[in-house]
Write a protein that binds this ligand. Structure first.
Ligand code: NAD
Ligand code: SSN
Length: 497
């Protein structure tokens, strides 16, 4: 069925859909320019939003700056209560939030429901962490001095988020910021701003004070707005999730004001399968890992390294499973997989597949565009015996291409896996615990997932190394990224009696 035949979603809570920015507690529709948001599956226009100017963003920064003066002094327990309210509100509106997410992003509804649960879990977690911020006491060298540390909120946080998780990539930043006592100016991706708008509405309902959360939109004006957030002395931290290229631009721009930075950037995850692994289980996990969001997650396997003795069995069994996918509009009942975000993404998958084939890769499953469903639909391609010179060994495809490379020894595969400038996630499958430990410790990635293809969870520290960025989101470390450590020394104390 053509994706164009699928009707727009019907929401129970129509208040979640608005066509505005949210600045200093007010919905702002007016602007001199507007941009359109499309359903990536059908190509239909679903919203028109203000493309905000630098002066609009200045207004949002001022609001967040003024609100910080009182927000930083709210008690952790009060902030925890607001965060808990927000968690409950997300759960109460779960189905509507999932429909909005599918509509603007293209992932299937079942996955969107999963994302909303995952996104909400950050508010629950940080409602609990808000009341658990600790310092330490220190005995300095001078025996008449005593020192201790306190953690204080950084201040106004500028947040820039991507389209691939239009809800979870936002909550993962907003929840710890609020828990720490920081205020926020958020800019979501212009392809998926509706989930951010729904969140802004719920944040307001949850009781957070006026000005503590501000949402701005931009499309053509994005670079100027990014620059403003980076250069404003009132903004104390930039937290960004997106491509490594844009991360580098933001880091350079932030140098003038020495901002605290968290950068969650691109990956190129290796998925290593040793011959002693449970092959059927590795295939199930590969399917879950590789095809979440149709290959558009930063932790998706980008390169499969399969020991040469099992490469034919692995690739054929994988292809048999992939053939069972039902690709269609995310809101269409029965679709197991949705579409890519835009036509540029389709082109990139095509380009990587073509390059690998030209360099000698063997086709196991021939995928390709599915124009009968829509311009952004693409059925998965599986290639085996891919040569190391293929582009995909170095670059993230961000789509449904499974390139399978062969290897013989542990040392060889560690070399291949680490031969990339980025290091976000990696996967290893083996029943040999010694091998698991050795490989996990040798891989140059922020996260290693052993014998499972899905590891994301609010409780684990999420983040990369190398050019995948720095900072950790979620977990016991998530709050730290939104605080500064202040050391207090008390001197000239009397000697002990
Ligand atoms: N490490 C992680 O946690 C993580 C999570 C999700 C996505 N990603 C990465 O994000 C990438 C996919 O997203 P993308 O390609 O759309 O990313 P992108 O960098 O193009 O866009 C991300 C955000 O940055 C904004 N942006 C673009 N140019 C900007 C500029 N000059 N100044 C300020 N903001 C700017 C966009 O509008 C969007 O909001 C992939 O590389 C993926 O791996 C990483
Ligand atoms: O795309 C990046 C985030 C994916 C995740 O949190 O699992």
């Amino acid at each position: 069925m053509s994706a164009k035949d699928i009707p727009s979603p019907v929401l129970e809570n129509k208040d979640l859909l608005r066509y505005a920015a949210f600045i200093n507690g007010q919905w702002v529709k007016e602007a001199s320019e507007y941009f359109e948001v499309t359903d990536p599956a059908s190509g239909k226009i679903i919203a028109k939003l203000p493309d905000q100017s630098v002066s609009d963003v200045e207004e949002a920064i001022d609001a967040a700056y003024d609100a910080f003066k009182t927000f930083e002094n709210t008690t952790p327990r009060q902030r925890s209560t607001w965060l808990r309210n927000l968690f409950n509100l997300m759960n109460d509106n779960q189905e509507d939030l999932a429909k909005i997410l599918t509509w603007e992003n293209g992932k299937v509804l079942s996955e969107a429901r999963g994302e909303i649960k995952y996104a909400a879990s950050y508010f629950e977690w940080f409602a609990e962490e808000a009341v658990r911020s600790y310092g330490v006491t220190i005995q300095p060298g001078n025996s008449s001095n005593r020192a201790y540390t306190i953690r204080q909120p950084v201040g106004v946080c500028g947040m820039i988020c991507p389209w691939n998780f239009p809800s979870a990539m936002i909550t993962r930043k907003v929840a710890p910021a609020f828990a720490a006592g920081c205020t926020v100016v958020l800019k979501p991706d212009s392809q998926t701003p509706l989930s951010a708008i729904a969140l802004a509405y719920l944040i307001d309902k949850a009781g957070f004070p006026k000005g503590s959360f501000n949402l701005v939109h931009s499309h053509a004006n994005t670079p100027k707005i990014g620059l403003k957030l980076c250069e404003s002395p009132k903004v104390k931290k930039i937290t960004f999730t997106g491509s490594t290229n844009v991360g580098k631009i933001l880091m350079k721009q932030s140098a003038s004001t020495m901002k605290k930075l968290s950068l969650e950037l691109g990956g190129n995850a290796p998925f290593i399968v040793f011959e002693d692994a449970d092959i059927d289980e590795a295939i199930e996990q590969a399917l879950a890992c590789k095809f979440r969001g149709l290959g558009q997650t930063c932790v998706c396997a980008n390169r499969f390294y399969v020991q040469s003795s099992i490469i034919e069995e692995f690739s054929e069994k994988l292809a048999a499973k992939v053939k069972q996918f039902v690709i269609g509009h995310g809101l269409q009942e029965g679709s197991t997989h949705g579409c890519l975000i835009n036509q540029k993404a389709v082109k990139k998958v095509e380009e990587h597949a073509q390059d690998a084939i030209e360099k000698g890769a063997k086709i196991v499953l021939k995928g390709g565009p599915l124009p009968e469903i829509g311009e952004t639909f693409y059925s998965p391609t599986i290639l085996t015996r891919v040569p190391p010179s293929a582009k995909v060994s170095k670059e993230e495809t961000f789509g449904p291409l499974c390139p399978i490379f062969s290897f013989d020894t542990l040392e060889e595969v560690i070399g291949y896996a680490n031969d990339t400038n980025v290091g976000l996630a990696s996967y290893v499958f083996s029943k040999d615990i010694d091998k698991i430990y050795t490989v996990a410790e040798a891989l140059e990635t922020g996260m290693v997932s052993c014998n499972t293809g899905i590891f994301s969870d609010v409780a684990i520290p999420f983040g990369g190394v190398k050019e995948s960025g720095f900072g950790r989101e979620g977990s016991l470390y998530g709050l730290e990224d939104y605080t500064i450590i202040k050391t207090v020394t008390i001197g000239n104390l009397p000697n002990r009696i």
